[in-house]
Design a protein around this ligand. Sequence first.
Ligand SMILES: Cc1cc2nc3c(=O)[nH]c(=O)nc-3n(C[C@H](O)[C@H](O)[C@H](O)COP(=O)(O)OP(=O)(O)OC[C@H]3O[C@@H](n4cnc5c(N)ncnc54)[C@H](O)[C@@H]3O)c2cc1C
Length: 287
Amino acid sequence: MARIGDLLTATRTVSFEFFPPSTIEGAVQLNSTLNELAALRPDFLSVTYGAGGSSRERTLDTVLAIARERQTTVMAHLTCIGHTVAQVDAMLDIYATNGVANILALAGDAPDAETSATGHFHYASDLVRHLRRDGRFSIGVAAHPEGHPRSRCVRTDRRLLAAKLQDADFALTQFFFDPADYFSMVEDLGKLGCTKPIIPGVIPILNAGQVKKFATMAGATIPPSIIKRIAAVQDDPVAVRSVGTEIAGQLCRDLLDGGAPGLHIYTLNQAVATLAVFDQVVTRAAL
Ligand SMILES: Cc1cc2nc3c(=O)[nH]c(=O)nc-3n(C[C@H](O)[C@H](O)[C@H](O)COP(=O)(O)OP(=O)(O)OC[C@H]3O[C@@H](n4cnc5c(N)ncnc54)[C@H](O)[C@@H]3O)c2cc1C
């Protein structure tokens, strides 16, 4: 299985993010989404991890099934808050034994004060250092173009991100809607001497209410022009999806035109919007 750090030295990457299903229906849905998205020949797929270990088994099962059954590189998300070194190492051993060579090293959000007080790791950078010493994985980290929601100062957040990236291979961003937020983060990192690839994360708007909720959780601003376009069609779900896809497609084009090293799509385990973005707006030729 390819190491994503190596892929990024050779090509722009296309990647898709999934969450581990918790029901049989969800597993069937994910399988069919993976089948449909295979046509886009993604460079890698990533699977989220429930903070504090809440989805440990489901994430492991989903990552290992992809590694076993599909011809695509996979990356396991791993949040470290509330985990001991032994718990992390046990998962790393399972991944390495099964040929999974890529980890997205995250802090995660502790579900409660008790979880944040326990465990060995406090910040994602603690896990990045642990993974670097381990040596078996290509290491990705999270980046927040508008600053992490808990950061009071974007400059400090950038400095901490540049430090975190020193031992990592690349970053994936939180989703955002204004390409200027992404490019100013890349520029800020460059001024701090950090030139590691930062892959932008894009979420196609499928449902107005859902995206507002996610944006609030992720600290992402939805520009007034986008709110207006979605509001104009909000009573027509098909039109919302179509406008949402157009917005995501334009964002992808702007990001590629500006030199982004790839595109990472938050699929929410649905194929339809991702297919529409790639089929209608972004051609593989553009990558
Ligand atoms: C691409 C992507 C994928 C994600 N996948 C998941 C997932 O699968 N599961 C999940 O639960 N969550 C996921 N998240 C959310 C993420 O876990 C949260 O945003 C979490 O709050 C922070 O994680 P982090 O890895 O960015 O943390 P960190 O890099 O540790 O940063 C967290 C905060 O601490 C600050 N900080 C960092 N280092 C220091 C330091 N040394 N001293 C003081 N302050 C510091 C940062 O500025 C920031 O405000 C994802 C986010 C992104 C962008």
